[in-house]
Ligand binder design. Structure first.
Ligand code: ZN
Length: 868
């Protein structure tokens, strides 16, 4: 049956906001689905057989979501019907009874799918991406996470081109067909929402292994990649086994199917996807070997493998009722993967990295026009809500509850949660309820973290009366206004704190957990015989900004003596930040002495882990410095940072050289060897900042001699930032060496887009015309356009060329891949933070974007909200 007049295609409407308060349970459930895929890159035919069941007392017709497919036929209980109707993209099927079998047949075109949602082709592999609403691009279905169905999947395809056919669950049967085709059938016994559906067809090789679970079941593991990439899969496979063991150990969670497969694809909108039993990954989070992947890449591979694996319980066994609950699975799972990574090496360094990432991506989001609570109230396009707030702030909120409950009660609470909601679609409220029930705590006020956006600011000051031995700590909190939320209630802020004696360096109190739950509070300490110095938000116990009146000397003191490594790092950062903010405001020379002394002391403290030292001596990022200013002057921020950097470089040159020339470890991916590489590369950066002439040679020598990507790329970034003769040579050598490795070429683009040179805009514009550049591949687009967007100096160049370039790229990218385009827009939305000239130019680019005919809902939402 073809479309007739009654079934005309939809007229595109103004995007409609979806609201959390409008949630209604589904009218029809779908206990069983059978899907039959006749796979072909040009036209794939999908036959779906849905057993549907009316929920008590509903009179609604069956409504099935769809998008972008050609409907061929509809059958009800085996009989072709003609009274179905298309309401926009929704297929309405009138049904009289309480249970029916509804069959549809559609055609889709994987080859033409550039948005990479639904079924698409990536370098000859056919694969799916369904979260959040991609399944409706494959077949008509109630595409919402609270409809859980059991899936049987049959695939047939050309055997030579697609010898491997994978889907969720367990393989049941397979065989050959005439005309060089073959078929395979998979069943997934666990009911799941459609967003967890997956299939893969391709010419793939497998790194196989197995894992024995705590109850003694054998699970077959497979990492599927192109044959040539097999040698780069060992790290991911190892990380998978570690993750499986860790989740048993730490959360008591065991894997539940007989097979667990991971497939790497080159074209992917996000990092990876937790489809039941068949995780599909962006190849950059699977493939790693020392020659092509940095230590950070290795860490990310392990972290993402763990994250997706952990979703099997936090996401799949217990899923989300609706997309407003996204942080239920994402915040919790990020918290879980952070715990896993912390246990693989230095927990302190991991915490520092996570907090730095939060400050780089979530704090600006929370302070800008796109700020939203971790459980939003409305959206136009759900893909825009896969944000640092949902993920990273969401993880911080789970962490605060874990802190409040303590380890034993938190474990009891997660056990209760998994037990109570196994096999169902739950809400954030359900999770918090379990924390209360098992933890014996009242989290009524704490729930504000789910509904209030904005990063709370906590003021803290200590006064001391030497005569009476009394110290008084005054705390205050203020939650800034965010879009749609002008008045905020005081939140519950768990603050770990401790007092140290300024004279003796001795701790004056134990570490205590203070719950700040009012606008202001006062804590009095008696018997304090020496002037106290406040160590607060230790371990970053709450995702807040601390405003304290601690002097540079006090911060330097904590930097050298605090017993909490995070607090020690934090004191150093605060000291640097205060100095840099003063420098950016005053323009001229500010006093750098306290920072130089603190960094010198850190570098020469033999008790410290080199990996920690490397983090602690790094200056705060330009964007984070800018966040502290009322009006951002990006040139002044850059200049202040360069001035402090070169002062540190020159005055501590001996120490940087000692760190650089110190004992070297042969290459290994161990915490120890990683730490020494990290410190050495940080030292190289400082040595280059001495501007003594031989920096280029030193970096080039490291670049040429490197036997691993960490050292090679570290040197290349130093060279790319500078103006030495070796810069061009190194970039050419790197390009030629890795011309056929897409993931490494991404680094070549990214390194240049991140460069702190004055002409980065021109370089990046030129690179956008390079034959190896393409917006169609999300990794490549991000490596140039995404990296450029976070390069503060380049993006915010006074003539507006940076804004123009970014907007041009986004408009082009939107035509291919709206999701990826929308993700790269936020830097343009920060106009309120800049001077009037820049603000006008940024707004003009946002307006240009909004006016593009046929703009996607994704980019429209981001750009229009950014203008408000
Ligand atoms: Zn996730």
């Amino acid at each position: 049956m073809m479309l007739d007049a009654n079934h005309a295609p939809p007229v595109p409407a103004q995007p409609q906001a979806i609201r959390r308060e409008d949630y209604r349970p589904p009218a029809w459930t779908v206990p069983e689905v059978s899907l039959d895929f006749d796979l072909d890159p040009a036209t794939t035919r999908v036959r779906a057989r849905l057993e549907v069941s009316r929920r008590e007392d509903t009179v609604e017709p069956l409504r099935l979501d769809g998008a972008g497919q050609r409907l061929v036929s509809v059958l009800v209980d085996g009989v072709a019907i003609n009274d179905w109707r298309l309401d926009g993209d929704t297929l309405e099927v009138p049904l009289t009874g309480d249970t029916h079998v509804v069959e549809t047949e559609v055609e889709i075109a994987p080859d033409a799918n550039t948005q990479l949602m639904g079924l698409y082709a990536s370098n000859g592999i056919l694969c799916t991406q369904c979260e959040a609403e991609g399944f409706r691009r494959i077949t008509y279905f109630p595409d919402r996470p609270d409809v859980l169905a059991r899936y049987r999947v049959r695939m047939s395809a050309d055997k030579a081109r697609f010898p491997v056919l994978l889907a969720n669950g367990d393989p049941i049967a397979s065989g050959d067909l005439p005309d060089g085709r073959h078929w395979a059938e998979w069943h997934d016994p666990f009911p799941k929402p459609s967003y967890l559906f997956a299939l893969v067809a391709g010419d793939l090789a497998c790194n196989r292994s197995s894992f024995t679970t705590q109850s003694g079941r054998e699970v077959e593991l497979g990492i599927w990649v192109r044959e040539a990439d097999l040698p780069r899969t060992h790290h991911a496979l190892h990380a998978l086994k570690l993750s499986m063991a860790w989740d048993e150990h730490v959360y008591g969670r065991e894997y539940d199917l007989d097979v667990f497969n991971i497939v790497a694809v080159d074209d992917f909108n996000f990092g990876a996807m937790e489809n039941k039993g068949l995780n599909i990954f962006n190849s950059r989070y699977v493939l790693a070997d020392p020659d092509t992947a940095t230590d950070m890449d290795y860490d990310h591979v392990a972290g993402v493998v763990a994250h997706e694996y952990f979703h099997n319980w936090s996401g799949n066994r217990v899923t989300c009722r609706d997309w407003f609950q996204l942080s239920l699975k994402e915040g919790f799972t990020v918290f879980r993967d952070q715990g896993f990574s912390a246990d693989q090496g230095s927990a302190a360094v991991k915490r520092i990295e996570d907090v730095r990432a939060l400050r780089a991506s979530q704090f600006p989001e929370d302070a800008g026009p796109l700020a939203h609570p971790i459980r939003p109230e409305s959206y136009l396009e759900i893909s825009n809500f896969y944000t640092a707030t949902i993920y990273n702030k969401g993880a911080e909120i789970v962490r605060m509850m874990a802190t409040i409950l303590g380890p034993q009660r938190f474990r009891a609470a997660t056990d209760l949660y998994f037990d109570r909601f196994d096999g169902t679609a739950a809400t954030c409220e359900d999770f918090v309820q379990c924390m209360e029930d098992a933890g014996g705590v009242d989290l009524t006020q704490f729930r504000l973290w789910y509904s209030q956006a904005g990063t709370p600011r906590v003021s803290a000051s200590v006064t001391h009366d030497a005569g009476s031995g009394r110290a008084t700590l005054r705390l205050g909190q203020q939650v800034p206004a965010t879009p749609g939320q002008s008045d905020k209630e005081p939140m519950v802020i768990p603050l770990k704190l401790r007092l140290f004696g300024a004279a003796t360096g001795r701790p004056l109190t134990d570490e205590q957990l203070v719950m700040l739950n009012q606008a202001s509070d006062t804590i009095v300490y008696e018997g304090v015989t020496e002037r106290p110095v406040l160590s607060i938000n230790r371990g970053f116990s709450a995702p807040v900004v601390i405003e304290s009146d601690r002097t540079p000397d006090e911060l330097a003191f904590l930097s050298g003596t605090d017993d909490d490594p995070f607090a020690r790092y934090e004191a150093t950062q605060q000291l640097m930040l205060d100095t840099l903010v003063a420098g950016a405001i005053e323009g001229g020379r500010t006093n750098h002495d306290a920072v130089i002394r603190a960094v010198s002391a850190t570098l020469s403290d033999p008790s410290l882990d080199p990996a920690f030292v490397a983090e602690a001596v790094l200056l705060p990022a330009e964007g984070f410095i800018a966040d502290q200013l009322a009006v951002v002057d990006p040139e002044a921020v850059f200049a202040a940072r360069q001035a402090l950097r070169s002062d540190l470089a020159r005055q501590l040159e001996e120490q940087w050289r000692a760190a650089y020339d110190g004992p070297r470890e042969p290459y290994a991916y161990t915490p120890r060897a990683k730490g020494s590489r990290r410190l050495r590369n940080v030292a190289l950066g400082y040595l280059a900042a001495t501007n003594t002439g031989d920096a280029g040679k030193l970096a080039f020598t490291q670049f040429a001699a490197a036997d691993n990507m960490t050292d090679r790329q570290g040197a290349l970034q130093v060279l790319a930032n500078g103006d030495s003769d070796e810069r061009v040579a190194a970039l050419d050598i790197f390009y030629n060496r890795y011309a056929d490795n897409a993931l490494v070429l991404d680094k070549w683009f990214q390194t240049q887009a991140l460069a702190t040179r004055a002409d980065t805009v021109e370089i990046v514009a030129e690179l956008s015309r390079h034959p190896d550049f393409s917006l169609a591949n999300p990794n490549r687009a991000r490596s140039l356009v995404g990296a450029f967007g976070v390069n503060q100096r380049a993006l915010n160049r006074a003539d507006g060329a940076g804004y123009r370039f970014l907007a041009d790229q986004l408009i082009q990218l939107d035509k291919l891949n709206p999701q990826t385009a929308a993700k790269l827009l936020p830097p343009l939305g920060r106009w309120r933070r800049f001077d009037a000239t820049r603000a006008v130019m940024m707004r003009a680019e946002l307006e240009r974007i909004v006016a593009v005919p046929g703009l996607s809902k994704d980019l429209f939402e981001q750009a229009s909200k950014s203008l408000e």
